[in-house]
Design a protein around this ligand. Structure first.
Ligand code: BGC
Ligand code: NOJ
Length: 868
């Protein structure tokens, strides 16, 4: 356990050999051993409706469902210090005032430890023989955040101490709360009951709203405060708050200004004695104060708190038991077992709304983001994934485009940003097929979902999927490739923007009507989505529809091979003037990762060696020890014809950082080419657990993925930003679970198709799939790393690599041996994959003479008959 030396108030980063904590894999916790992490390291509390952000010093805030409209406690963004308001408990021990989480007083501690676990954070601080432990969590199914508090006297003398809790209320609408002081300074109201143990925040309760927040203490209190000015003092910061320093509460009642909740708890502890009680922060809306008081009574029993905490543990044990792996690489193991799945659930709950990098008052749910997120959690919460897919489909417009974002509370599309991001519709196909493969539930396809601009127009989900493809197909440019619209996956490649006006958004400026700018990335995604939809039709027994969609795909494939190959890699786009983007002929921005990934994943280059060449170019031109950069060379100046991408300094964000989201796509692409060594290298390069070795440079949490790592051209290469809420989480999970380990949900069962590095001798996966638990033992005796040469299910030999569905039964033992050349066992991870018996680099690179047509009639995608 690290000790914070008493006379070094702010420990120096260099003083520790680069480590701020360790993984406790058995406990599924990350243990932070010193409080001054390179950035605040965050965790999330809550799994249903009440959510909290909690840093390793207790910082952060809590909200009910909507981080903007129902913000219960306050946060000051970009504050100095960065993270300086949160769930604080002060200890006043004979005049020495300290916090178990170090902040805000930063009084040196004898011992500090923070354990971030699944849905909870435990912070232990010790000083002068007193240990104080805070455990923050939200029990499943409840709107209560519990701060279980244990204080122990481990010294030799009896102690009299006072504890002071602190929660700063937000006046519910977070944006208004930090901008509209002429109103907010006059509306704050509180009610206090039980001599201050129960503090209710009732601002705006009387008029139009139901919201009430309780901040209560389950133990008798010696005093309370609800006025920030009294508790802190007008000229003080929280680190020198007046009441804890003075050692007695002011029993203040807030009238306007800044209402807070604070309790004073006096403790007398004999040597060896300890006391446990809790502070509770609850959203009690309609129930109001009586419900709040009942809650407080219930949690006054320490056993109820322990039972709630145990329920939280059970909730996670059950979820994670659906996928567990034992394998030779501890990074792969701990990310897939625990942290990556956890992060995926957080992206389900929070989308891109609230993190230390997202304020919770801006963007709603992104259409492309939320569809991709589904890939990471569909195996955990299939029912919620189903609803999410239907909600998303309802924000598609009748012509097939989609609202780029929608608001979770209203489920309505955000008209400010609108549609016209031309990759958006295709992701709905990807998420829906993943859902049906996981669950077998084809009834979702027949669910009636209207269009956002024509809610009464009869359509089922399958019509939406067709619309998605026909939208792309009908909007193609001079090279027969999909028009890009405002942008594709890369929000910052704005080929129709031409903005010289600093006060407008790159993403919505510019007219996309009539533009010819095309995206090769969307073309690749179309190949992929069309193959998915065709596969779905085949599963439904609708061969004609499958063939129709396959023809559309073939036609796009021809356009890609004829028009989008640059000689050693796939182009990225054609700009509004028809000039190539991402070509060796460009002075900057010669190669982009997205089009290599999606063309290969879509099946381009499979028969002519280009897939391998494209990935080889990725390795040569984009791969770095910190991951694969998005573009090289980066743009050194603003280019009006490219938009926001060139507004970032070289090496940051879309302008050539390692934009982590794209990296798992390359891992999956390597798996398609049976290259387990490159697949694992790519996987590990951005793997947070593996970044611990370079943590001073990396700076973000080593247990969750970040959106971006500064690229080789940056001033600070290797530095991560925007952790937690990123599509990287879902794709990293897919790349590990389905790509490397090859446990692939399919319509008729689980397909086993690993692609691991030669030296891995074996691995074991436990996978719950459609009600059956499969214990899958994979051996790799010859070091080949792919190709199932034998498959046994409960001792019976099965041909091929598909695990037949079992009726709900006890665990099924599966034995897999790898190493067969694919020609012997005709296993196809995807249609259109390279014939493994052919050398990888044969084939002509020049596919000539293809027509340049927009919207040709071959294989048109249209309206399918309804699914019965
Ligand atoms: C960022 C993108 C992000 C977008 C969200 C841009 O400024 O660079 O990564 O997708 O904002 O609207
Ligand atoms: C983050 C956005 O949320 C996502 O939609 C986009 O694909 C990436 N940035 C890349 O620009």
């Amino acid at each position: 356990m690290a000790r914070i030396h008493p006379d070094v108030p702010t420990p120096k980063l260099e003083a520790m050999a680069g480590r701020f904590g360790v993984f406790d894999d058995a406990a599924r916790e990350y243990v932070i051993e010193r409080p001054d992490t390179p950035l605040p390291w965050l965790n999330y509390l809550g799994q249903d409706e009440l959510f909290g952000l909690c840093t390793n010093t207790g910082g952060g805030y809590t909200f009910w469902r909507d981080a903007r409209l129902r913000r219960l406690t306050r946060y000051r963004y970009n504050d100095v210090p960065l993270d300086s308001v949160g769930r604080y408990v002060y200890v006043n021990d004979g005049g020495t005032v300290w916090n178990p989480g170090w902040k805000p007083t930063k009084t040196p501690l004898d011992r500090y430890e923070c354990r971030h676990g699944l849905g909870y954070t435990r912070i232990l601080g010790a000083k002068d023989g007193i240990e104080a432990e805070l455990c923050f969590f939200v029990p499943p199914g409840e709107n209560v955040e519990i701060w279980r508090t244990t204080v122990r006297n481990s010294g030799a003398e009896a102690k009299d101490l006072s504890l002071f809790s602190y929660a700063e209320f937000c006046l519910y609408e977070a944006l208004n709360d930090m901008t509209n002081y002429q109103r907010t300074y006059s509306i704050g109201e509180v009610e206090v009951e039980r001599a201050g143990a129960a503090i209710f925040h009732t601002t705006e309760h009387r008029e139009r709203r139901e919201h009430v927040t309780l901040f209560g203490c389950t133990r008798e209190v010696a005093g309370y405060d609800t006025s920030r000015d009294t508790f802190v003092g007008i000229d003080n910061g929280l680190h020198e708050a007046a009441v804890p320093l003075a050692g007695h509460a002011g029993c203040s009642i807030a009238h306007g200004w800044n209402p807070i909740g604070a309790h004073q708890v006096d403790l007398h502890l004999e040597p060896g004695a300890e006391e446990t009680f809790a502070f509770v922060l609850a959203y009690v809306d309609e129930g109001g104060t009586p419900v709040g008081l009942e809650l407080l009574d219930r949690y006054s029993e320490p056993a109820s708190v322990d039972e709630a905490f145990a329920r939280l543990g059970g909730f996670w044990d059950d979820l994670l038991s659906r996928f567990q792996v034992e394998c030779p690489d501890r990074h792969v193991e701990r990310m897939l077992d625990t942290w990556n799945q956890y992060q995926c659930l957080v992206t389900f709950n929070l989308s891109r709304s609230a993190s230390l990098f997202e304020t919770g008052i801006g963007r709603g749910m992104g259409f492309r983001d939320s569809n991709q997120d589904i890939l990471g959690f569909v195996h955990l919460i299939p029912d919620q994934a189903r609803q999410r897919i239907l909600d998303l489909a309802a924000t598609q417009l009748a012509d097939g485009t989609c609202f780029h974002q929608y608001q979770p509370l209203t489920r309505e599309g955000n008209t400010d940003i609108g549609g016209g991001f031309n990759d958006d519709p295709l992701w709905l196909v990807v998420s829906t097929c993943a859902y049906v493969k996981e669950t077998g539930d084809t009834s979702i396809l027949g669910e009636a979902v209207g269009y956002a601009d024509a809610p009464d127009r009869e359509a089922d989900l399958l019509h939406h999927l067709e619309r998605s493809l026909s939208y792309t197909q009908a909007r193609r440019g001079p090279h027969g490739l999909p028009l890009i619209g405002h942008a594709d996956w890369n929000d910052c490649l704005n080929l129709n923007c031409f903005s010289t006006e600093p006060n407008e958004s790159f993403q919505t400026a510019g007219d996309v009507e009539g533009s010819v700018a095309e995206s090769v990335m969307i073309a690749g995604l179309f190949l992929y989505a069309a193959r998915e939809l065709a596969g779905l039709y085949r599963h439904l027994g609708r061969t004609d529809d499958a063939e129709r969609v396959e023809r559309a795909r073939e036609e796009m494939l021809e356009a890609v091979e004829a028009e989008a190959w640059d000689g050693d890699w796939y182009l990225r786009a054609f700009d509004a003037e028809g000039r190539p983007v991402g070509s060796h002929a460009c002075d900057e921005g010669q190669i982009f990762v997205e089009s290599q990934a999606w063309c290969v994943l879509g099946g381009a280059g499979a028969d002519n060696g280009r897939a391998r060449r494209a990935l080889g170019s990725v390795s040569r031109r984009l791969a770095t020890p910190d991951g694969i950069a998005l573009v090289q060379p980066t743009y050194s100046r603003y280019r009006v014809e490219l938009g926001e991408i060139s507004s970032y300094p070289p090496g940051y964000k879309e302008n050539g950082s390692v934009f982590c989201h794209t990296n798992p796509w390359i891992t999956l692409a390597w798996c398609l080419l049976d290259d387990g060594a490159n697949a694992l290298d790519t996987y590990l390069a951005i793997c947070p657990s593996a970044r611990e070795e370079r943590i001073e440079t990396y700076r973000c949490e080593p247990y969750v993925y970040a959106q971006t790592i500064a690229g080789p051209d940056a001033a600070t290469p290797g530095e991560a930003k925007n952790s937690w809420l990123t599509g990287t989480a879902a794709w990293a999970f897919v790349s590990g679970a389905q790509g490397l380990l090859g446990i692939v949900p399919d319509y008729d069962g689980l397909r086993i198709d690993p692609c691991i590095p030669g030296p891995w001798e074996s691995f074991h996966v436990t996978r719950r799939f459609r009600g059956t638990v499969y214990e899958i033992e994979v051996r790799n005796p010859d070091g080949v790393g792919h190709g199932v040469s034998s498959l046994a299910v409960d001792g019976r030999t099965v041909e091929g690599n598909l695990l037949p569905l079992e009726a709900d039964a006890g665990p099924v033992a599966v034995g897999v041996v790898l190493g067969s050349p694919r020609s012997a066992a005709p296993i196809r991870r995807v249609a259109g994959r390279r014939d493994p018996t052919r050398p990888a680099t044969v084939g002509s690179d020049d596919v000539e003479g293809r027509p340049r047509s927009a919207g040709a009639a071959v294989g048109a995608v249209g309206e399918p008959p309804s699914v019965g």
